[in-house]
Design a protein around this ligand. Structure first.
Ligand code: GLU
Length: 280
């Protein structure tokens, strides 16, 4: 099968240099490998995603000379598909409702997850059926979490294929270690999915053979491998690229108002000047 790579930004802000590198990295290797290159808009966050950011993503990528095959996949159009996947996970009894508030989770956490967020202490894992029914009847909002112990018991030892330093390198295999993430969120309160669930469903739906993503998502792949196995989905080869840092050595993020590509463009910088400072 012809390799297929993708860029999958979230439209909750303007793209910055870090995104430019990520998109150019994937597109560069897709060209080298004679692969298809797809664009997926990860807009499950209905409050933060904005249509103007989707338009801006297309303009910024086109300015960088990046071409993708149509159609562009929009995750916000795929909630029914994520619901079906949740049903499958439910049938395996690996999900449970969690009624804890953010502050309860933070206050009760004794450890952190690989992202540095409070690790859920599993308070709701042992709620009995009556308590669950009662809380639901009271309309207390809840999320669905993965029972990681059960998931690991079902899936046994799983392998992740990693091609470093680039997708055309010979893949090596490592053992997935998802336990450190604890009982991750599979379905959020506000939307019928989560990043972890949507990303693996859509990489499979788009037949992505090589996932390129920043090193900040390296640990998340361990959760993704478990979910792929539970849902019987393909597992692609993963490549993690370095992150572009700002002057203070911080990862660039939309939230810390890093210079956006459109600001750079308006200031007169050419796409070529941006591209030439990157190594792939
Ligand atoms: N949408 C994710 C982001 O913008 C990337 C998706 C992925 O590579 O898993 O960080």
């Amino acid at each position: 099968m012809n390799p297929i790579l993708r860029f999958a930004p979230s439209p909750n802000g303007f793209l910055h240099l870090g995104h430019a590198y990520s998109a150019l990295f994937s597109c560069h290797w897709a060209r080298k490998m004679g692969a298809d290159f797809l664009l997926r808009i990860e807009d499950i966050d209905i409050l933060r995603s904005k249509p103007q950011y989707i338009e801006a993503i297309k303009q910024d990528l086109a300015w960088l000379g990046i071409k993708w095959l149509e159609p562009i996949m929009l995750q916000s159009t795929r909630f029914d598909i994520y619901k079906e996947a949740t049903k499958k996970l439910n049938a395996l009894s690996v999900l449970y409702p969690c009624f804890c508030t953010r502050s309860e989770i933070a206050n009760n956490a004794e450890q952190k997850d690989p992202d540095g967020a409070p690790l859920y202490n599993k308070t709701c894992k042992n709620l009995n059926k009556d308590k669950i029914t009662k809380k639901m009847a009271q309309n207390i909002p809840y999320i669905l979490r993965l029972d990681m112990d059960k998931a690991i018991a079902i899936t046994n030892e799983l392998k992740i294929n990693i091609a470093m330093p680039n997708p055309s390198s010979k893949p090596k295999t490592i053992i997935a270690k998802p336990r450190k993430w604890g009982d991750v969120v599979i379905v959020r309160k506000d939307i019928p999915t989560s990043y972890h669930l949507s990303v693996i469903i859509d990489d499979d739906a788009q037949n992505i053979t090589h996932v390129t993503r920043g090193k900040d998502l390296e640990e998340a792949t361990h959760v993704h491998r478990v979910l792929q196995s539970l849902l019987g989905l393909d597992n692609p080869i993963y490549t993690y690229h370095t992150l572009i840092k700002d002057d203070t050595n911080m990862k660039l993020a939309k939230s810390n108002s890093s210079t956006s590509l459109r600001d750079l463009r308006e200031s007169g910088i050419s796409a070529q000047e941006i591209i030439s400072q990157f190594k792939f």
